[in-house]
Design a protein around this ligand. Sequence first.
Ligand code: HEC
Length: 106
Amino acid sequence: MKVGFSWLILAASIFLVLPVSADSLSARQQELEHLLKHDCGSCHGMTLQGGLGSSLLPGDLKERSDDALFQAIKQGLPGLAMPPWGPLLSDSDIHWLVERLRKGSM
Ligand code: HEC
């Protein structure tokens, strides 16, 4: 009885805390945020200002269409070191990343 009750409290507090700490991002969006920083960041720089890969900051992408960015992420850029992410990410993941890049400030 006692054990059951504390589980209930635990479950309730996780439920209350999650939406706040998640900062209104879904679990998948948090994974994508992590991917952007660590995987994309390994080439494009931790703050996406550019490294081996070009800068992905909003100001540097404004000449590029959403579709061009989408295709670059999905198919990769043959001849450049940008790998295709299509096998790992869904189309909606990639759309989210493109919108995320437009917003900037990692
Ligand atoms: C292995 C290194 C590497 C990784 C990892 C990588 N990229 Fe790239 N990326 C590149 C290179 C190199 C280019 C081409 C840069 C150039 O045009 O000179 C590029 C280009 C791009 C472009 C096109 C930019 C433009 O101006 O058209 C986008 C968008 C992009 N990457 C997004 C991503 C995203 C999102 C991820 C993570 C899911 C990622 N990249 C991971 C190396 C990488």
